[in-house]
Design a protein around this ligand. Structure first.
Ligand code: SF4
Length: 385
């Protein structure tokens, strides 16, 4: 969405400050103004910062975490009236759905928490690779050759609310990168096959870890002419049908990067996120969610050498916070989340000063029906241990 559309999203368009002047201010002034609004609004404002966010934005966040942890924190917050989510669109949607559960709204005497995303162009390339219309069309197509009553749809939390709602409606579930294995096991207790979207790599790496053969994991290409580019036999013998989607950041890591680090730094350990391709994941010493990557580094002894395959800002922050260890970024090219990077000090300051002055800009509000079905899939996930 272009920034030209943003004024139309305000609850009070006349009061909306123009974004352009904020882009001419230096970081020091922006930071001072952001802090002034935080002081003024106190507990009624909660700023959430994703681990992949740039340092100058993280410095102003009340809580830091991965997408699900941040949403849980948002859901549990008692006092806040507004959440400013310094992350990407699907994360703000999840925060809106969890912070505005019917029981929570009742506890607040009908008041909703507003969730704001400082730049509406902060999307997620992976989430955008699976549109609800494509997933619904795929479901209809595959029902021609397999019994979809026996297919359990699983969506990675990095997906639009409409996909989570699809899973809710069809007996499916949401997963995160830390619980994907337990969630797929849950799915196999309820059906013969799993339809996993939007990240093929997380689906494949997890299923391989569970002992499922790659030959039983056809990839569904939404742009293929028939059956996602698969034969009837491939779908009929499948265990996990993977959506052809990926994270543009983690897709950049290669097996040759692992080889090169091991040659140049004997004893180095490779730590990667399971959104990386199979070749990289298979070679790694440790693979795990953002939370696991952070915990692994935190709990390692001084002098440990790491090459880490995940988003650049997080790796640089780990490097700064753990000078007692030797931390390298696994790729020679910059792999940062360009959409997350759109949330910067000018957008944050603009959002906050508008809020202070009574104008709600860039509000993310999931429609009631989508939110209800999404929560069904999210709650199934929460019940999985
Ligand atoms: S790092 Fe990848 S999955 Fe995460 S928000 Fe960015 S594009 Fe999406």
């Amino acid at each position: 969405m272009s920034t030209d559309n943003l004024v139309a999203l305000s609850a009070n368009p006349k009061a909306v400050h123009d974004l352009a002047p904020y882009k001419t201010l230096d970081a020091e002034e922006l930071s001072a103004r952001i802090e002034a609004v935080r002081q003024q609004l106190g507990d009624s404002l909660l700023i959430l910062g994703h681990h992949y966010q740039q340092d100058e934005v993280i410095a102003h966040s009340d809580l830091r975490g991965d997408s699900y942890k941040l949403s849980q924190m948002a859901a549990e917050s008692e006092k806040c009236q507004t959440i400013v989510f310094c992350g990407v669109h699907f994360m703000a949607e999840t925060a809106d759905m969890l912070a505005n559960r019917p029981e929570k709204i009742a506890e607040r005497d009908g008041r909703r928490v507003s969730v704001l995303l400082p730049d509406m162009a902060a999307g997620c390339s992976m989430a955008d690779m699976a549109a609800i219309q494509q997933v619904e069309a795929a479901w209809d197509d595959m029902s021609e050759v397999i019994d979809t009553d026996q297919v359990i749809p699983v969506t990675y939390i990095n997906s639009a609310a409409s996909l989570k709602a699809f899973c809710g409606r069809h007996g499916g579930i949401v997963c995160t990168s830390s619980n994907a294995k337990a969630v797929i096991e849950w799915a196999f207790e309820r059906g013969q096959r799993v339809f996993f979207f939007p990240d093929q790599h997380l689906g494949r790496n997890t299923a391989l870890e569970m002992g499922i053969e790659e030959s039983q994991m056809p990839v569904w290409d939404p742009f293929a002419l028939e059956l996602g580019g698969n034969s009837e036999e491939q779908l009929q013998s499948s265990r996990v049908i993977l959506w052809k989607g990926h994270c543009s950041v983690h897709q950049m890591f290669r097996a040759e990067h692992v080889d090169s680090f091991r040659k140049q730094h004997p004893g180095i350990k490779i730590l990667v996120h399971p959104e990386c391709p199979r070749e990289v994941n298979d070679l790694a010493d440790v693979s795990g969610s953002t939370g696991k990557i952070i915990e692994t580094v935190q709990s390692s002894p001084a002098g440990t050498k790491w090459a880490i395959g995940t988003e650049l800002h997080l790796v640089n922050r780990l490097k700064a916070e753990h000078p007692e260890q030797e931390i390298h970024f696994l790729s020679p090219v910059v792999c940062m989340c360009a959409t997350m990077y759109r949330i910067d000090l000018p957008h944050l300051c603009w959002t906050l000063e508008n809020l202070r002055d009574g104008a709600i800009v860039n509000q993310i509000e999931v429609d009631q029906e989508t939110a209800e079905w999404s929560r069904v899939a999210l709650e199934r996930m929460l019940a999985v241990r």
